[in-house]
Ligand binder design. Structure first.
Ligand code: UFG
Length: 327
């Protein structure tokens, strides 16, 4: 394999992107981060060069591609809130689809032909069965899921027509933080369960609201497959090696294959923090499937991916460490 020398990480100042930039630094790869800081943090970029800019801006893309010889592009810059995507689909289609096309077309113009894309379990919609493998029907139920589904289609067509090779990684629930407390999740507003539960544990929030207890699950709360952010970053590294070795376009589901209910997450957080975590009962959140659990057998077999931090205790411990350092 020709080892990568320089990677463009778009959205490298965000939660997932910043862990990826750190990992690429550990692997000895040069990185240019391009981020508009709409939700990312400049101080989360711990390696390489930082460029403030938006992928909507073709001039900045031409400048960045003109100044560096990239082996591949990793794209983490997207809007991710399902509820918001229903209320404001234009925002999601513009950024997640149109701006991604702008990025892909700049890659073509500059002869960069390898792309790693952050896709999502939301492309499957309401699951017909779990665990969800790649063969599961794709039927998104919100504009967020559609925006990712559309880019997956674009990527399949760009491979056929322009030989642009890509790997789509469909994340289930990205969670956790850097084990040493270097990086973590800092969304504003925060909508994800684990940071919210731990902020309730530390007293930054009065309680955690449980969105529905009448689901068809053993304890009535929703079940999710939480995957540690560094396991996720490692999957990108393997995807990059696959493309560097001349590998074909692929799409992989990425989770641990273990489902935990909202209740189990709260109980785990109580155990690990030793704090009381007040709970408020809430209504179901629209668009939440009862269970989302990945079958990640394909990426395990084809790329040799193995999670290191698959256990929920470890994921929660790392987030608690991060919250303690940052509250
Ligand atoms: N939840 C609560 N209370 C909260 C927040 C969340 O009970 O205050 C519940 C949700 O209802 C859900 C679970 O906790 O059952 C996990 O919710 P998150 O918001 O943490 O994550 P989601 O499963 O909604 O979202 C993830 C990704 C999205 C992706 C989606 C696919 O973060 O980007 O999976 O369905 F679109």
């Amino acid at each position: 394999m020709k080892s990568p020398k320089c990677i463009l990480v778009v959205g490298g100042a965000g939660y997932i992107g910043s862990h990826m930039v750190w990992l690429l630094g550990q692997k000895g790869v040069d990185v240019v981060t391009l981020d508009n800081l709409s939700s990312g943090h400049r101080d989360a970029v711990l390696h390489g060069q930082f460029v403030l800019g938006d992928i909507a801006d073709r001039l900045i893309l031409d400048k960045v591609f003109g100044e560096h010889k990239f082996d591949a592009v990793m794209h983490f810059a997207s809007f991710i809130q399902v509820g918001e995507s229903v209320l404001d689909p234009a925002k999601y289609y513009q950024n997640n689809v149109v701006n991604t096309l702008n990025l892909l077309n700049a890659m073509r113009a500059h002869g960069v032909d390898k792309f790693i894309f952050s896709s999502t379990a939301a492309i499957f919609g309401e699951p017909e069965y779990v665990p969800i493998g790649e063969a599961h029907p794709q039927s998104p139920i919100n504009p967020y899921g559609w925006s990712k589904r559309m880019v997956e289609q674009v990527l399949a067509d760009y491979d056929r027509a322009y030989n642009l090779k890509s790997v789509c990684l469909r994340y289930f629930n990205a969670a956790g933080a850097h084990p040493d407390g270097l990086l973590g999740e800092r969304h504003d507003p925060e909508t994800h369960l684990i940071p919210l539960v731990l902020q309730a544990a530390s007293g930054q929030r009065p309680h955690i609201t449980v969105f529905g207890r009448d689901y068809d699950t053993p304890d009535g709360t929703c079940i999710r497959d939480y995957i540690h952010i560094l396991d996720l970053a490692e999957a990108h590294w393997l995807a990059l090696q696959h493309l560097q070795s001349g590998g074909e376009t692929r799409a992989y589901n990425l989770g641990n294959g273990n489902g935990y209910s909202v209740n189990e997450v709260i109980e785990t957080a109580r155990r690990i923090t030793g704090r009381a975590i007040p709970v408020q009962e809430g209504q179901r959140r629209e668009g939440d499937p009862a269970r989302l659990v990945a079958d990640a057998g394909k990426i395990q077999q084809e790329l040799g991916w193995q999670p290191i931090y698959a256990d929920l205790n470890t994921i929660v411990k790392h987030v608690w460490h991060w919250e303690a350092l940052n509250s």
